[in-house]
Write a protein that binds this ligand. Structure first.
Ligand code: AR6
Length: 211
């Protein structure tokens, strides 16, 4: 990978807890990593994607766009029935692809529903379908002139993809896209829990030298 234009802008780590009492070693929670890819910002944060204020958030949907558990359930609960109404009209989306609806009651104006693969042990084109779900989400964003977008870690919940295998595929796809498309200014990975965050941080460290 050509690293010459990729710059670490910020890198901070903390441990869960509140307060600053050095004796019981509690630190304020503040975990994120931020870097520049070409003209765009790529950020990793730990959090709940339904609270994101980027112009679009990505949903880990199923091919019937029927809703479900995990991040899909959380997005439909927070965004209200309008999103499901639009999903019904669209009807479905093949694995590895993505469709767009409005964001309903969410802070985000749009939801991009991406269908990642069910994990088959790293075979049957798992990585290609996973990369396709990220790539097609970014294409929907570019087509709709969306400047900022947040992703969850697709396929790593109910669909069983291990974080350490999914993270390099996800990050590589997004980094390659941003190198050739500076119309998307800001991409955030909103990772649910410390295990997810650590896997993505470690994959990113493996791709781009860190200070
Ligand atoms: N914010 C960010 N990430 C989240 C959140 C949240 N609020 N909630 C869960 N995650 P999953 P999949 C993480 O199961 O594996 C659904 O039923 C979670 O920790 O949501 O692609 C759909 O309808 C995990 O790492 O999606 C499909 O049928 C990641 O999001 C199926 O599950 C993805 O977990 C899709 O399975």
């Amino acid at each position: 990978m050509d690293n010459s234009r990729d710059t670490i802008l910020n890198y901070q780590e903390g441990q869960p807890g509140e307060g600053t009492d050095k004796h019981d070693l509690k630190w304020v929670l503040f975990i994120f990593m931020k870097m520049k890819i070409n003209k765009s910002i790529l950020e990793l944060v730990e959090g709940d994607i339904t609270k994101e204020a980027t112009e679009a958030i990505v949903n880990a949907a199923n091919s019937g766009l029927r809703g479900g558990g995990g991040v899909d359930g959380a997005i439909h609960r927070a965004g209200g029935p309008q999103i499901m109404e639009e999903c019904r009209k669209i009807g479905g989306c093949p694995t590895g692809n993505a469709v767009i609806t409005s964001g309903g009651l969410l802070k985000a104006k749009y939801v991009i529903h991406a269908v990642g693969p069910i994990y088959h042990g790293g075979e049957k084109g798992d990585a290609e379908f996973l990369a396709g779900a990220y790539l097609n989400s970014l294409k929907r964003a570019s087509e709709n002139k969306i400047l900022s977008i947040s992703f969850p870690s697709l396929s790593t919940g109910a669909y069983g993809y291990p974080f350490d295998e999914a993270a390099p595929v996800a990050l590589k796809t997004i980094i390659e896209y941003l190198k050739h498309h500076d119309e998307i200014e800001h991409v955030r990975f909103v990772l649910f829990g410390a295990d997810a965050y650590r896997a993505y941080e470690s994959a990113l460290r493996g791709m781009i030298p860190m200070p």
